[in-house]
Write a protein that binds this ligand. Structure first.
Ligand code: ARG
Length: 585
């Protein structure tokens, strides 16, 4: 597809230039060449508007379209396709059998790596996502963050980047001290083993307990603060308790990552980096880019970027969130230099990252311009459903368990237990597919409502629908194998002459460009929408057209090859979205 577009782009530009030359005008307009999709496939496969050239050629777009089409009639060969004028457009019809004959075998030959492209060849991209706090389990917001971060990591790698995914665990600070204090008060030696409660949940429960207790206990906050001071001073008992409780949380959170298919190449801990930005602040003062107030606090003036001013070091010399992030990103760069760094963090931190990037620029880091904040919006449940025990956040494990139960109920209701073999495992994969697809299909910047039931529907624009389509194609291919239908014999693509087949060929051929677009825009959602189009188109085809029962061997073989290409594309795309593939459903 891409190569056809490139060829036509050359030919059309040459035709326009020739038109210009004939009128004694300097040819100049190649950059204005745009490709669109005609409103209906009968009109052609590509449409190139001539509006941008009217001024240059001093005539109407329609007149240009006719002139260009006339020229193309003699320059284009049969293997390029044909061009016709349609009003102000030049419409192009591609040579269908040729496109199919190049696209379908390519998909089948490249298999799992089909879709890889060179967009980010040689580019090192660090991507930070998840970044939980260790005083409680992951919640629905983290699931959106993780879905975006993991999927984008995979997409960028498919675009040729050397990706380094990192997690920044906020394992220190007042929040964890609150859990620790409540545990000291009420814990009575409870452990995840003794209580059978997952470690992150256990520590989260003590955080909730602290907040209840603090309402009746005037010195609770002060005592938590004392614990933080003791921790910073390295008090061995406090550090030991901190370490123990952190390990519980991290073990629990790791289980959730495992269950959702999330992985990191490196994990950074704020306890190890929280004081590291301080030298940079000193350097900034010396360089005159930061200033000190009379009380000793250090500030940066944000006037040049249209903001107020921001504190970098408190009067008592302690650092703030921003200072820590300055230290962390420098450490990261030194560990493993990057050409770009993407932070997947909620949109409530847009200000924070704007300031961070600006401060790094002031400090003279030339890579500061290559930092990017991928901000994402809030995610909530439909009102009244599934509130966690704190009543405010939705626990990630609870949500996954609920989705898994619903999926298992659906499998039983459809009497598919024996077809899927392992009901629990399949239900879990459907749950993860439902979750990730639903979270990714919405643009990152938008707030959204996660509707568990809707996400699990086997028929709409959902993950399970895509999984189901894979399972159906897969089962058909298995049947074909049982009937010993030849798969790899010579395929005559001329027999794929139906409109539905041409649609599918074009879709399948467009997959690499779609991956590229998702990588360029940091938008896995583009891929989600595309996969839905593929699944819908195939569903229609499968419904209307006999494939393994087609009347002749050549038609059967060609249709089967096309179906296998569709399956491969769905499979590769689902993998980039971190949606489990299912053989049977
Ligand atoms: N742990 C922080 C929070 O829960 C998010 C950290 C974002 N990453 C960063 N480099 N500042 O809000």
């Amino acid at each position: 597809m891409d190569q056809y577009q490139a060829q036509w782009s050359e030919m059309i530009a040459a035709a326009i230039d020739a038109e210009a030359g004939e009128r004694g005008i300097d040819p100049a307009a190649r950059a204005d060449l745009a490709f669109e999709t005609p409103p209906s496939a009968d009109l052609g496969d590509l449409a190139v508007p001539m509006f941008p050239f009217a001024k240059l050629l001093r005539t109407s777009p329609a007149a240009i379209a006719s002139a260009v089409a006339a020229r193309l009639a003699s320059t284009a060969g049969a293997s390029d396709g044909t061009a016709v004028a349609a009003g102000p457009y030049v419409n192009i019809r591609l040579p269908r059998a040729d496109v199919a004959a190049s696209a379908v075998p390519r998909v089948l030959a490249e298999g799992d790596v089909y879709g890889r492209n060179a967009l980010y060849d040689g580019t090192r991209i660090t991507i930070e996502f998840s970044s939980p706090n260790t005083n409680k389990p992951l919640h629905l917001g983290h699931l959106r963050n993780d879905a975006l971060g993991e999927s984008l990591s995979r997409v960028l790698a498919a675009c040729g980047a050397t990706v380094r995914s990192v997690n920044l665990v906020n394992d220190r600070g007042i929040h964890i001290c609150k859990s620790m204090l409540a545990y000291q008060e009420f814990g009575a030696g409870e452990t995840p083993e003794s209580s059978g409660v997952k470690g992150d949940r256990l520590v989260g429960d003590y955080y909730v307990k602290f907040n209840e207790w603090a309402k009746q206990t005037p010195d609770a906050e002060a005592r938590a603060r004392q614990l933080l001071v003791a921790w910073e001073a390295g008090d061995p008992d406090v550090v030991a308790l901190w370490k123990k409780m952190n390990d519980w949380v991290l073990a629990g959170i790791s289980q959730t990552y495992e269950a959702t298919g999330i992985h990191f190449d490196a994990v950074y801990f704020e306890s190890e980096t929280y004081s590291s930005g301080k030298d940079e602040i000193a350097r900034g003062i010396e360089a005159g880019v930061f200033y000190r107030e009379d009380d000793g606090s250090v500030w940066v003036d944000l006037e040049p970027i249209g903001l107020d001013r921001k504190i970098l070091l408190r009067a008592d010399g302690t650092s703030v969130y921003l200072t820590q992030d300055i230290g962390t990103v420098i450490a990261r760069y030194n560990d493993s230099p990057f050409d770009r760094m993407i932070y997947v963090v909620g949109s409530e931190q847009i200000y924070h990252f704007r300031v961070l990037f600006y401060v790094l620029e002031l400090l003279g880091y030339e890579w500061a311009g290559n930092l990017f904040h991928l901000a994402y919006g809030m995610v909530n449940l439909p009102e009244g459903k599934m509130k966690s025990r704190e009543g405010t956040v939705v626990d990630a494990d609870d949500l996954i368990a609920e989705l898994t139960e619903l999926a298992a109920a659906e499998i039983r209701a459809k009497e598919r237990e024996s077809a899927v073999e392992n009901v629990d495992e399949t239900a879990h994969k459907i749950a993860i597919g439902a979750l990730h697809y639903y979270l990714l299909q919405v643009g990152a910047n938008k707030d959204m409502i996660f509707n568990p039931r809707e996400s699990l529907s086997f028929t709409g624009n959902t993950g399970p629908y895509l999984q189901y389509m894979c399972a159906r194609v897969n089962s058909m291919i298995r049947k074909a194998a049982d009937r010993r239908i030849e798969l790899d014999s010579h395929i005559d693509f001329n027999v794929l002459d139906m409109a539905e087949e041409w649609e599918l060929v074009k879709l399948v051929a467009r997959y690499p460009a779609t991956v590229e677009a998702a990588g360029r825009d940091y938008a896995p959602g583009l891929l989600a929408g595309y996969l839905y189009d593929v699944a819908k188109a195939f569903s229609q085809y499968y419904h209307d057209v006999p494939i393994i029962t087609a009347p002749s061997t050549s038609v059967r073989t060609a249709r089967l090859a096309l179906s296998r290409a569709v399956l491969q594309v769905l499979r590769n795309g689902l993998d980039l979205l971190n949606i489990p593939y299912l053989d049977a459903m």
